[in-house]
Design a protein around this ligand. Structure first.
Ligand code: ADP
Ligand code: MG
Length: 247
């Protein structure tokens, strides 16, 4: 029903911190069912862009639409379609896994009886069913991220944002999380915008956006990015594109 309709559309976003231009004329689209990776080194502006998409800060210029609703003019409707996993964990360590998840359901006005089955199924598929009553403090970093991911999807968003979700995770947890996101995307009912500075995390993306120093340096499929940089490996293409933009 939403095919070919942009779930996220960003038009000409400009953001300054005093006189520092953190985002310069950023425009991009994410369609339903797409996995888009925003790839950029530290300081590129990834989290700044996230703060604008989530309505936590406002752009100096430009517009951002989620499911057709302007985040500035119609923030409540726009945010309804959004699931978010922030760069810094935002989960209560003193509450149990289930308490954290049910609190989120109440915040969103979800019927607990309806979501409890989903919660049980998702915890099981993440290998966390035995930890449902454990305090989050006792979970590993990877397990906490999985709970945050489950939580972000409970209200069935159309757009999932994840800001460097694998930072600090061991290689096993990192690849688990990547697999989960690829599977989620394959269901075709959600779009994902994932930020990272790790090139290998972009390998499976439908679209890669290379951001550096607040500017989009390249946008396209992996094949298009390789072609643009005249390279065979994404890692080399990324470094070539980013280092050219520094000169
Ligand atoms: P990334 O998430 O890609 O690492 P950020 O969006 O966090 O990048 O930061 C982009 C740039 O903006 C960096 O140079 C950073 O120092 C600067 N910056 C971020 N937040 C602020 C702020 N609140 N005030 C001033 N500068 C900021
Ligand atoms: Mg960041």
């Amino acid at each position: 029903m939403y095919k070919d309709k942009a779930v996220l559309e960003i038009k000409n976003i400009q953001k300054f911190y005093n006189s520092f231009n953190a985002l310069d004329s950023i425009s991009l689209k994410v369609n339903l069912g797409e996995l888009v990776v925003l790839l950029g080194p530290n300081g590129a502006g990834k989290s700044t862009l996230f703060s604008i998409i989530t309505g936590l800060s406002s752009a100096d210029k430009g517009e951002c639409f989620i499911n057709g609703y302007s985040i500035k003019e119609d923030g409540i409707r726009a945010l309804k379609s959004l699931g978010v996993v922030f760069q810094q964990p935002t989960i209560d360590l003193e509450l149990s896994v289930i308490e954290n998840l049910l609190f989120h359901c109440r915040l969103h006005g979800l019927e607990l009886q309806k979501v409890i089955k989903t919660i049980e199924r998702e915890l099981k598929s993440s290998g966390l069913e035995k930890k449902i009553n454990n305090k989050v403090r006792t979970l590993s970093g990877g397990e906490r991220r999985k709970v945050e991911l489950i939580r972000s999807l409970l209200h069935k968003p159309l757009m999932l944002l994840m800001d460097e979700p694998t930072v600090g995770l061991d290689p096993g947890s990192r690849s688990d999380l990547l697999k989960k996101i690829v599977n989620l995307k394959l269901q075709g009912t959600i779009s994902v915008l994932w930020t990272t500075h790790l090139v290998d995390e972009a390998e499976k993306a439908d679209k890669i956006i290379i951001l550096n120093k607040g500017k989009i340096q390249a946008i396209g499929t992996k094949a298009q990015i390789l072609d643009k940089a005249k390279e065979k490996k994404l890692e080399r293409a990324f470094f070539k594109i980013v280092s050219k933009s520094l000169t």
